[in-house]
Design a protein around this ligand. Structure first.
Ligand SMILES: [Zn+2]
Length: 261
């Protein structure tokens, strides 16, 4: 075998093995644990990070022995939001045909949310965004979430807003396979935020709409403030920022970061 090809194949195999072993640690494996590496844990037989229990509740831990470590409440995973839009029933009818339904392409981490197969084109005075993906399910009001870079390309001034706060936001035209709509408002740059489950918010002492800082590691890492806390019983704890912010910080999806009050 050609030595270069052998090297490429070897690297790929190693990469795949690394992926398998790291995905195993996130998958809640119920293999019996051998010893405990959790900081401050005094139990034998527990290997889960953040183990807190007798009958440990940490993901991936199957031990039933007592453990004194409390979960690391400050650690969160990053979810990078690519540009997308949410559609109202009326606009879905216009763009994709009366009574049309969204088709699930991929379930998102936030419960009930999904990326749809359906896409539209957004048009502004200076340009257009093709393949803008619809995120379902349908909502009361159409909302387009783009990065600042996208807004410059479209030639519009999209305000930085919390989801749902659309009064006076930017206009655009949406074009679908069956029709188009002129939106007087609805385009925003989503304000960076933290989704929190109520019990975790309580333990962290955080209230809905509070603002926190997030520390990012890496070569372009740094400290960003003004993350809005959003608490809801249907939320999965996760930090959301957009592609401009993620690229500026050199972070990747699912990277673990810490929030600071
Ligand atoms: Zn979010």
């Amino acid at each position: 075998m050609d030595p270069k090809l052998l090297e490429i194949v070897t690297r790929e195999v190693v990469r795949q093995l690394d992926l398998q072993s790291s995905s195993g640690s996130f998958s809640g494996s119920t293999e019996p644990a051998q010893g405990c590496s959790a900081q401050g844990c005094s139990a034998q037989g527990c290997s889960a990070q953040g183990c807190s229990a007798q009958g440990c509740s940490a993901q991936g831990c199957s031990t039933t022995v007592a453990c004194s470590t409390t979960p690391d409440l400050g650690a969160f995973k990053i979810g990078i939001s690519n540009r997308h839009l949410h559609l109202s029933r009326d606009h879905m009818d216009t763009l994709f045909g009366p009574g049309s339904r969204l088709t699930v392409l991929k379930e998102l981490i936030q419960p009930g949310q999904f990326a749809a197969v359906e896409t539209v084109t957004a048009v502004g005075p200076k340009g257009c965004l093709k393949g803008l993906r619809v995120v379902g399910p349908l909502r009361d009001q159409t909302q387009i979430e783009i990065a600042q870079t996208d807004a410059i390309g479209l030639g519009i001034q999209a305000p930085i807003r919390v989801s749902g706060d659309l009064a006076g936001s930017a206009p655009c035209v949406l074009v679908g396979p069956r029709g188009s709509v002129l939106l007087d408002e609805g385009v925003i740059v989503a304000k960076r935020h933290v989704h929190l489950e109520p019990d975790r918010a309580l333990r962290l002492g955080l209230k809905d709409r509070a603002q926190v800082k997030v520390a990012f590691d890496g070569d372009r890492g740094g400290l960003l403030d003004q993350f809005v806390v959003r608490i809801g019983s249907g939320h999965f704890s996760e930090i959301h920022l957009d592609t401009d912010e993620a690229n500026a910080l050199g972070v990747r999806n699912l990277q673990e970061v810490r929030i600071l009050k």
